[in-house]
Design a protein around this ligand. Structure first.
Ligand code: ZN
Length: 283
């Protein structure tokens, strides 16, 4: 979104609210957040009552945006500053919020991004690179696979396309190939390094080509430079957050996946649409 359009939006709460509501109620369809019924009674103050389950709710009920009591204009400010990759401290300062409030808002944003990522059912395919890497840990641990105190992350990257990254409990063949099968279309060409965990890919319906790093030469298209580029891009960004705890790390990882996959998009309206989604029911 252009800065001028954005400035106009946040200068007026009514305008900001209209913008967010427009994205929330695509095609002007309202529904009950509990039972998804569309037959609603209008009550005072913009509230609605469901004709089927009788639930009474306000405009943003059950949605991520409602998990914080920020005004719509403040939400849009946070989204804009988040888009620009500012630290939480700077977001708080720029938006005139307390650190706690800003922290809560960016966490909600990251949760909404993560929830969208998990809903994505589309498979990656054609030509993909796969690799694992280790994040975190202050000192350099043991070299190679299984470095102590570090978080193993598995990554799949379509050549010139989308990325998928996920924290994994270990880097065994079971875990890595198991995840590959869930995320990559059969018949695809898969490039990896010589790590033996990937050997069974050829038995799972893939054309598996591996590159030997020790030789330093890649044969034609057999390389995993894309994935290696992604790792250094991701690590550079994680470092900016100065020590992300292992518990919160998956959230940051999914944020990076989102940023990478939408690198050609205007992510402002996209992020607004994410926070206006219903919070999935977990139990
Ligand atoms: Zn209902």
């Amino acid at each position: 979104m252009e800065l001028k359009t954005y400035e106009k939006l946040v200068s007026d709460e009514n305008r900001a609210r209209k913008y967010v509501l427009g994205i929330t109620l695509k095609n002007h369809q309202r529904f009950c957040p509990r039972c998804l019924c569309r037959k609603l009674y209008v009550l005072a103050g913009g509230r609605r009552r469901c004709s089927s389950c009788r639930y009474t709710f306000s405009e943003f009920a059950g949605r991520w945006i409602n998990r914080s009591n920020l005004s719509c204009a403040d939400w849009l400010r946070v989204v804009k500053l988040f888009e620009l990759e500012l630290s939480t401290r700077k977001i708080a300062k720029q938006a005139g919020l307390s650190y706690k409030t800003a922290y809560r808002a960016v966490t909600i944003l990251r949760l909404a991004i993560m929830s969208q990522a998990q809903d994505a059912r589309e498979l990656l395919g054609l030509e993909v690179e796969m690799d694992e890497s280790y994040f975190g840990g202050r000192r350099k641990g043991k070299r190679g696979r299984g470095a102590a105190g570090k978080v193993p992350v598995f990554g799949i990257l379509e050549r010139d396309g989308r990325a998928f990254v996920q924290v994994v409990p270990d880097v065994t063949a079971n875990t890595l190939v198991g995840m590959a099968v869930k995320k990559v279309r059969r018949g695809s060409i898969v490039y990896t390094d010589k790590y033996s965990a990937y050997d069974s890919l050829m038995f799972c319906g893939y054309r598996h080509l591996s590159v030997d790093h020790s030789k330093r030469f890649s044969r034609g298209k057999v390389y995993i430079n894309g994935m290696e580029g992604f790792w250094s891009w991701a690590k550079e960004r994680i470092i900016k957050h100065h020590g992300v705890s292992p518990e919160r790390f998956p959230l940051y990882l999914k944020e990076l996946e989102f940023r990478y996959n939408n690198r050609e998009e205007d992510i402002f309206p996209l992020l607004v649409s994410y926070i206006s989604m219903l919070v999935p029911n977990v139990g």
